[in-house]
Design a protein around this ligand. Structure first.
Ligand SMILES: CC(C)(COP(=O)(O)OP(=O)(O)OC[C@H]1O[C@@H](n2cnc3c(N)ncnc32)[C@H](O)[C@@H]1OP(=O)(O)O)[C@@H](O)C(=O)NCCC(=O)NCCS
Length: 239
């Protein structure tokens, strides 16, 4: 039990550049209080103590500014940075290592209360492992945000997001198709990630080298002997 809590705290420290110690997380992080509280309310919810679970959940919302419905399903090492204004609906499902920033809504779109037959139907999103959701983003509906996807601040997401994609805007559109699966604070890749421009230049250089080799081969064939192609090498931009 304490080991699990320690892992949860360490995951928060790892993901918040402002966090300095476990004690700071325990005393000053509403996310810690809300998530630990949710683990209790979810336990109550699953055992049929639904009104108690909802009541405790409302108290937690009052103290932390974070509203997590006890029926939601949340994986390990979940982190909500700052937290105020986060709303997570009843049928939301969240994988491991997911990060939300303040003001995020995992909301429903399908009607649910007009008839009892629709009560409890899936109407909130599923966030797979490693997803990062920027502040103020609204993810609305019973679709899936795939592994390691990133949602821009204030985006309104209304449809499935592919694995590793970054989406921004209203309604959200893809601006990047692949991201590194390592966590980066605020969803923005850090400087040590591969530079896409440098990568494109390397590909281009390799292609030019291949063409050079082909020309040497053809010249060799024309001259009657097979010339040995040069070994591929990365050339400097100034060469
Ligand atoms: C979406 C996000 C993850 C993208 O980061 P990135 O991969 O570094 O992407 P870039 O900054 O290169 O932006 C890519 C494009 O999306 C646009 N963009 C980025 N974030 C945007 C946003 N939130 N809303 C609208 N457009 C956005 C950029 O202007 C850029 O457009 P361009 O190609 O036309 O110039 C990041 O911008 C973001 O919003 N992170 C959340 C940060 C947050 O919530 N911080 C709160 C901490 S308290």
């Amino acid at each position: 039990m304490f080991k699990i809590i320690r892992h949860e705290i360490d995951a928060m420290i790892a993901r918040d550049p402002a966090a300095r110690s476990r004690l700071e997380i325990i005393l000053c992080y509403p996310a810690f209080h809300a998530i630990m509280g949710y683990r209790v309310t979810h336990w109550l919810w699953q055992r049929g103590f639904r009104i108690v679970a909802r009541f405790v959940s409302q108290l937690l919302r009052w103290f932390t500014g974070i509203e997590i419905h006890p029926g939601a399903t949340i994986g390990k090492r979940f982190f909500i940075d700052h937290g105020m204004g986060v709303v997570i609906g009843e049928t939301a499902e969240i994988g491991d290592d997911v990060t939300l920033y303040q003001g995020v809504t995992l909301g429903g779109t399908a009607p649910s209360v007009e008839s009892d037959g629709q009560r409890g139907l899936k109407r909130h999103p599923t966030l797979e492992d490693g997803v990062i959701v920027g502040s103020g983003a609204q993810i609305l509906g019973p679709f899936t945000v795939r592994r390691n996807a990133r949602i821009g601040g204030n985006a309104v997401v209304l449809a499935e997001v592919p694995e590793g994609a970054t989406v921004v805007g209203i309604p959200a559109k893809i601006v990047r198709r692949e991201t590194d699966d390592r966590f980066c604070a605020y969803g923005t890749p850090s400087g040590d990630l591969p530079d896409p421009v440098a990568r494109a230049l390397e590909d281009l250089t390799r292609e030019v080298q291949g063409l050079r080799n082909r020309v040497v081969e053809l010249e060799g064939e024309k001259a009657g002997g097979a010339a040995r192609p040069e070994k591929p090498r990365i050339v400097a931009a100034s060469e």
